[in-house]
Design a binder for this molecule. Structure first.
Ligand code: SF4
Length: 451
């Protein structure tokens, strides 16, 4: 979106008003692929029934099925892979595309960006690609080898974002704990987070790192998070399984006992930390006994947030060739059972918070109902964790993007309810710009699917 606006294009979320439609795709697992293809077909109709003149397909589906898209979807005029982001404007304008770039794409602090998140929080990618060999994962095939953004590039972007009114930055990458290794940095993520914490801002700021790899979490990283108020006390560490047999077949290694020790170390170093993880059920060769181990681990680990995913048998993944495939019904039942174990843990954790007060980042009116506002505690990551519903402002005005104090008055399985108990911040944060600029006659719709 940044490249397009920099070239003078105007963006619209409405495909019926666009001259060019871009479908940004995901192809990580089957449902995402299906949603991407359905959207391409749906958007293709605007070329015959609407005003659209061009249809461009971008993203991971292109990396995985470039030839198939060209052969089977004639309505598509141009394709742009994940390493060809610089070509998006030429693709939309119908210009000849340059030869494929020699280097995989990695954005920097001067790359133009348009944010699709509200102005008060955003994501900053610190690295691209992954060197791990997880057998279920196809990401390294499209994203290539791990490469880090320059340290000063990330700092410069974060300084600019905070000066523009962003309150929360979420650092992302396929494996954030490997940040800086390719630059020769030791404990690069700890150094980066420590430096980000020292950026001066007129308001409180939050910095969070997502997607850390379990055996890459260093003492320096934990100590840095513990020592800096603006580094939120939150660890997102996908573990994928707890059975040593399954983890071996996943080529991730380790086992539940080792993970419990890591959790103990995290909790001892960062008091009050919230830990999120995710697990795959139904991986090839996962026996009833392996699944029982996973259930016992989740029961013992008492994680704050858990995502449970059904194994998806991707034909280009290494695990596609493993024996012992688990049938769909068993996968469904295992997923339900693991989710119900975690639901009870989450409900009990939430009930312990009733009556306590926490800083929250106010998101704005709830998407569920006009009667409530939504906010998040530091321990609730955007778009993935539960939220806090504000049902009483106690007559104190609240604005989106403020960090305020919430007293928790009610607990649900994943969400909390509470009231605002402090006065508004001294001055309002800068107003958020509209998500999409006003339309003109040359507009581009961006439809993101399957992610
Ligand atoms: S670490 Fe994550 S991105 Fe890398 S191969 Fe494993 S699952 Fe995929």
């Amino acid at each position: 979106m940044g490249h397009l606006t920099a070239r003078g294009h105007e963006l619209t979320p409405k495909p019926e008003e666009a001259d060019v439609i871009v479908v940004n795709t995901c192809s990580f697992i089957d449902p995402a692929k299906q949603e991407s293809v359905d959207t391409i077909i749906e958007m293709g109709r605007y070329k015959t029934e609407g005003k659209a003149q061009r249809l461009v397909v971008a993203g991971c589906l292109v990396e995985r099925y470039r030839g198939d898209i060209r052969a089977d979807l004639p309505e598509v005029d141009a394709i742009v892979g994940t390493n060809e982001v610089d070509r998006i404007a030429a693709a939309c304008e119908g210009l000849p595309l340059d030869a494929a770039p020699a280097e995989p794409y990695l954005y920097h602090d001067l790359s133009p960006r348009v944010f699709s998140t509200p102005r008060h929080f955003t994501y900053v990618k610190i690295a691209e690609g992954c060197d791990h060999p997880c057998t279920f994962c196809v990401i390294p095939q499209f994203r290539g080898k791990m490469r880090s953004r320059r340290f000063e590039s990330v700092i410069a972007e974060a300084e600019r974002l905070f000066s523009q009114g962003v309150r929360e930055i979420n650092l992302i990458g396929q494996d954030t704990t490997s940040y800086g290794e390719d630059l020769g940095l030791r404990d690069g993520l700890a150094a980066l987070m420590g430096r980000l914490a020292r950026i001066e801002t007129p308001f409180a700021k939050w910095i969070r790192t997502l997607y850390v790899y379990p055996n890459r979490i260093s003492p320096a990283l934990l100590e840095t998070i513990a020592a800096n108020d603006s580094l939120v006390k939150y660890i997102d560490m996908p573990l994928q399984h707890a059975s040593g047999n399954v983890l071996k077949r996943m080529k991730r290694g380790s086992n539940g006992d080792f993970f419990l020790k890591i959790l103990e170390r995290i909790r001892a170093t960062i008091p009050g930390v919230a830990i999120r993880s995710s697990f795959i059920v139904g991986f090839p060769g996962e026996t009833d006994a392996d699944f029982e181990q996973l259930c016992q681990f989740v029961q013992a680990a008492k994680l704050d947030r858990v995502g449970v995913f059904s194994y998806s048998d991707e034909d280009t993944s290494a695990s596609y060739h493993l024996d012992g495939k688990v049938d769909a019904r068993t996968i469904y039942n295992r997923k339900r059972r693991l989710q119900s174990i975690q639901r009870r843990i989450s409900r009990a954790n939430n009930r312990k918070l009733v009556g306590r007060e926490f800083p929250v980042l106010v998101e704005g009116p709830s998407s569920e109902t006009d009667l409530l506002w939504e906010a998040r505690m530091t321990t609730q990551a955007p778009e993935i964790d539960g939220v806090c519903y504000i049902n009483d402002d106690n007559g104190l005005p609240i604005r989106p993007g403020e960090i305020r104090v919430l007293r928790v008055t009610g607990a649900h399985d994943y969400d909390l309810v509470g009231e605002i108990v402090d006065a508004p911040e001294a001055a309002p944060p800068p107003p958020a710009p509209p998500l999409f600029p006003i339309l003109s006659s040359h507009s581009t719709a961006l439809i993101s699917r399957g992610q």
